[in-house]
Design a protein around this ligand. Structure first.
Ligand SMILES: [Zn+2]
Length: 388
């Protein structure tokens, strides 16, 4: 590999860090990120970083390493919590006992996001070996609570602990040859249908809550939000994710609920979606005048699109070109902490030293060579960022 940083990357050390972290069961909930505290602290201290700990709730430890004092600053944001392993029968190896075969490490969190932490650490190490006296500040962050919304993690760090840097690298999405620069907004809507409970043998005495809900969902299936949106995004999506209602077969149900997940590009507003849903609910009510379906917003985020000409994306791209690494830039429908940081004024590059299709699935693995390559790529990015 044609990079002066390559000689500073210690492959065995990366493997060791990933394995040590994967052995800590940090499934969120409950999280227990404190189990990773000593491991990541040792890594940060070995780089000469000053290490700080932040906990919004006991055991939900965020670890922040910092080195340098110059004004220009960058943060690596990885997270220590993982998603549950799911059905254990689907795993060929125990999810919390890292297993190395064919240049891969298998286990929950090997990529998402413990491998990413090891990669970011190793990038800092290589960069500092060449530029101990750089003029700037690097933050290496092992955050808590990313998988269920970051309220105890990066949101807490930025909004309540005053953590601030100019730009960020988020090794938590995308692929080795793909960086994510924009994310759709999320709108979660609940439909709640109200009826009157009665005995199942005398339905005429009650009012069924399920039937109008089902009819509304059938109407919403044909909902069209059009094509007037920012075409940096590939479109909008809708998914009916849950439905529940009724208590027994022989009872007329009084309540039924469904939830729908919309992913919205810039150019389609929440108000537009809610107006379309209202049209559908009204159409259904015209047919069944005594139905009572209410619409409630459960969760929402705004879409965002980072400036492709921002210094962090330019630096990252310069690094990829220096390594002859093909790199594409896309938007997607998922949400990473890049969105939280964007609205806090921090532009990020989102990029995995692996493949995001391997995150959250059984038999999650990371390719060790990709962690090594990612480390060099991020070290080159640091150099491009600090030295232009
Ligand atoms: Zn992740």
């Amino acid at each position: 590999m044609e990079s002066k940083f390559a000689k500073h990357i210690d492959r065995d050390e990366i493997v060791q860090i990933v394995c040590d972290l994967v052995r800590q069961n940090t499934v969120n909930p409950p999280g227990n990120e404190h189990l990773c505290k000593d491991i990541v602290t040792r890594c940060m201290q070995s780089l000469g970083m000053e290490v700080s700990f932040y906990e919004k709730e006991p055991g939900r430890t965020n670890v922040v390493g910092r080195i340098g004092s110059g004004a220009k600053s960058i943060g690596f944001v990885s997270h220590m919590d993982v998603v549950p392993p799911g059905e254990l029968e689907q795993w060929n190896t125990p999810p919390f006992e890292p297993t190395i075969t064919d240049g891969r490490i298998y286990g929950r969190g090997t990529l998402d996001d413990k491998g990413s932490f090891a990669c970011a650490y190793s990038a800092c190490k290589a960069f500092l070996a060449e530029h101990r006296d750089f003029d700037g500040t690097i933050y290496l962050i092992a955050a808590a609570d990313e998988e269920v919304g970051s309220e105890l993690g990066i949101i807490y760090l930025v909004e309540e602990c005053g953590l601030k840097f100019d730009v960020a690298i988020i090794p938590d999405g995308g692929r080795m040859d793909l960086s994510i620069y924009g994310e759709k907004g999320i709108l979660w809507v609940e439909l709640e249908s109200h009826g009157i409970q009665a005995h199942g043998s005398t339905p005429e005495l009650g009012r069924n809550a399920i039937v109008p809900l089902a009819e509304t969902i059938a109407e919403i299936k044909s909902l069209d939000l059009g094509t007037s949106y920012d075409h940096a995004f590939d479109g909008w999506t809708m998914n009916v994710g849950t439905i529940q209602g009724g208590s027994s077969t022989n009872t007329v149900p009084a309540v039924a609920r469904a939830t729908i997940d919309f992913r919205l590009p810039a150019g389609i507003s929440k108000q537009q979606v809610l107006a379309k849903i209202d049209e559908k609910v009204s159409a259904m009510r015209r047919r069944s005048p005594d139905s009572d379906v209410r619409v409630k917003v459960l969760h929402e985020t705004e879409p965002h699109l980072s400036d492709k000409n921002s210094i962090i994306i330019r630096s990252f791209d310069q690094a990829a070109r220096r390594l002859n690494l093909p790199m594409n830039y896309e938007t997607f429908g998922g949400n990473t902490v890049a969105k939280n940081l964007y609205f806090a004024g921090i532009t990020s590059v989102v990029h995995y030293p692996g493949d995001d299709k391997l995150a959250h699935v059984p038999n999650e693995f990371v390719i060790i060579d990709e962690l090594v390559l990612g480390s060099v790529l991020y070290a080159e990015t640091l150099e491009a960022y600090f030295f232009g």
